[in-house]
Design a protein around this ligand. Structure first.
Ligand code: F6P
Length: 587
């Protein structure tokens, strides 16, 4: 779709920022995206796509340097892009596209605190959450001393966490805390639960975390089942402190806790406030609402509107992690994030892994017509990583409108999905190997296992990694009809057993799944998401698309409860479904 010339600004003039008196000043927000389809690089990429000849088999045979050429380091990550459907020219053109739409300028603007979240008129500063103490120059944005506020909150979170971990903080009956229940949803749940699962071996003995997110009452029932209210601490995590699911679950758990304490410890009405103060803390940007809920402001940890929910696991939203895994582990996680931030901010474009991976996704989506992207961690501890990435990527880039309100000019927001290997191999890999869709996939693995086990003589981690290596090899190079025949297969079976190859994959390896490496991985995908959003002209930091459903759910409550007039006013399908519910509900 053509865009008025006046919308197209020279990118580097939009985001000027300066260092003044040792403080970085806030740059201007960008005014309009560059339409990627109007760039010279886009036209060249279209032509290149049509002219591209050969196969991964041929390209590897022709260029012995191919693997080295397309493999890069980013902090502790070793990233091999060579099994993607690219040539050196593809990457050159993608980097030209990046320059023409101003990715690096917008990146710098984001790091400096420009209001690049235009629809909410906010800075986007999750990268400030992991700046090391004493980082220079200090970051002041919109008059806020960001570094001081971030560090100040972290110190409060850590002090609280240490008290819980040492047993100094007890429940109202004096018992030590054994379980921390985090109540939150979306970014207030997916990040914490994913990191907790990934770093479980670091949990303090005798202290576990549970996570309650869904408004399905089964979730509250199952999460509290078997817990002792006297040894349970609840963290209500909600950026807005208005989210229906979280507040409903918080009230349910408060009732469960107070009822339990009445029963087990004879809690009296006048002790309830003290019990809530000892068993409930909150994390939010809306500390006034936290107080209304009855939580002692002393026990509330804040963050700021410049942290998007899905970018918030490294803010006070990680209080459950600092408590159960420990402040030291959380600091290491933050250091990992920061290492990747530094790489993204400073590595030359040709070796900048988040930039290259974001641009590769553009190539796959907009030129090779991929509609989905699989993320396949060969690490059981990363089993929630794909779910976490779904919110990060799809809530960020699942949009058809650009940041100036005009329509996107290309396909945007591919579907991210995945499962840990090797489970996925026995479920959906068939489609990736032999289906007729392009499904780019990121394979993630670690050299050192968390638990080295042997099956007789066989090191099981080696068997696991053999699968990791085998899959990307099979996807890249396939199996020709001649190779199938050479194994003695004849006739129609040959085609069924043939693998075309040329299925694009990226392999990401690291020495071990440490807290730092996990932080690096998360930040890598945050920045990949940013790069894609910038090329598409999308504001990756708002989420208006989830509002309508929330609003309608509230409006439908009366009809669901049986208000005949409201039921009759619904569309025929919704009316029929509500009537079915009302006819079949037991109890
Ligand atoms: O799903 C919409 C959303 O606003 C997410 O962006 C956010 O992570 C989630 O709801 C939870 O919001 P809150 O932290 O404000 O409860």
């Amino acid at each position: 779709m053509p865009v008025a010339d006046s919308y197209i600004l020279a990118p580097c003039t939009c985001f000027a920022s300066t260092v003044f008196n040792g403080h970085m000043t806030t740059p201007d927000a960008p005014t309009a995206p560059v339409d990627p389809t109007t760039t010279e690089a886009w036209a060249a990429l279209e032509a290149h796509d049509l002219e591209l000849e050969g196969s991964l088999r041929e390209w590897f045979a022709e260029d012995p340097e191919r693997a080295a050429r397309f493999t890069h380091g980013a902090a502790d990550l070793h990233v091999d892009l060579s099994k993607n459907l690219i040539t050196p020219e593809t990457l050159e053109l993608l980097l030209q596209l990046s320059r023409e739409v101003g990715v690096e300028e917008r990146r710098d603007a984001m790091f400096a605190g420009a209001h690049i979240n235009t629809t909410e008129d906010r800075a986007v500063l999750h990268t400030a959450l992991r700046r090391p103490a004493g980082a220079s120059p200090a970051l002041t944005v919109d008059g806020q001393d960001i570094d001081a506020d971030v560090r100040g909150t972290l110190e409060r979170v850590y002090a609280f966490a240490r008290k819980v971990r040492s047993g100094e903080w007890t429940g109202v009956t004096g018992k030590r805390i054994e379980t921390v229940v985090n109540i939150g949803i979306g970014g207030s749940d997916l990040g914490p639960v994913m990191v907790y699962e990934a770093l479980k071996p670091h949990a303090q003995e005798g202290l576990e975390a549970r996570f309650l997110s869904n408004i399905d009452p089964t979730d509250a029932y199952e999460t509290t089942r078997g817990l002792d209210p006297e040894t349970t601490l609840v963290i209500i995590a909600s950026k807005t402190f208005t989210t229906l699911e979280t507040l409903t679950n918080a009230r349910l758990v408060r009732s469960w806790l107070l009822d339990g304490l009445r029963e087990s410890a004879g809690l009296r009405a006048e002790q309830e406030q003290e019990a809530v103060a000892k068993h409930f803390v909150a994390v939010s940007t809306a500390l006034d609402k936290v107080a209304e809920f009855g939580i002692d402001p002393e026990n509330a940890f804040g963050f700021w509107d410049w942290v998007g929910g899905r970018y918030s696991v490294d803010s006070a939203i990680g209080t459950v992690l600092a408590t159960v895994l420990g402040p030291e582990v959380f600091e290491e996680l933050l250091a990992g994030f920061h290492a990747m931030d530094e790489h993204f901010a400073t590595a030359p474009a040709e070796q900048n892994v988040p930039l290259l991976m974001g641009l590769l996704n553009i190539w796959n989506v907009n030129f090779l017509e991929a509609e989905t992207h699989a993320v396949l961690p060969y690490s059981q501890y990363l089993h929630r990583f794909p779910a976490y990435l779904q919110q990060l990527t799809m809530e960020s880039n699942g949009k058809a409108v650009r940041w100036d309100g005009s329509l996107a000019t290309t396909e945007t927001g591919e579907v991210f999905w995945g499962e840990p290997g090797t489970n996925g191999q026995h479920a959906f890999y068939q489609l990736i190997h032999q289906g007729n869709r392009v499904i780019p996939a990121d394979f993630i693995a670690f050299a050192t296992p968390d638990h080295a086990l042997a099956d007789g003589e066989q090191d099981v981690h080696e068997l696991f990694l053999a699968n990791f290596f085998a899959q990307t090899k099979a996807l890249a190079f396939g199996k020709t009809a001649e190779e199938v025949r050479a194994e003695g297969t004849e006739g129609a079976l040959v085609a069924a057993r043939e693998f075309s190859g040329d299925r694009p994959t990226t392999s990401i390896m690291a020495p071990k799944l440490t807290p730092s490496v996990l932080g690096q991985l998360i930040a890598l995908y945050e920045h990949i998401t940013f790069v894609q959003g910038t090329v598409w002209g999308i504001n990756s930091f708002d989420q208006w698309g989830v509002e309508l459903g929330k609003q309608l759910a509230k409006e439908l409550a009366g009809a669901v409860a049986g208000d005949e007039e409201k039921i009759a006013a619904e569309d025929a399908s919704t009316e029929g479904l509500i009537r079915y519910y009302r006819a079949h509900r037991e109890g």
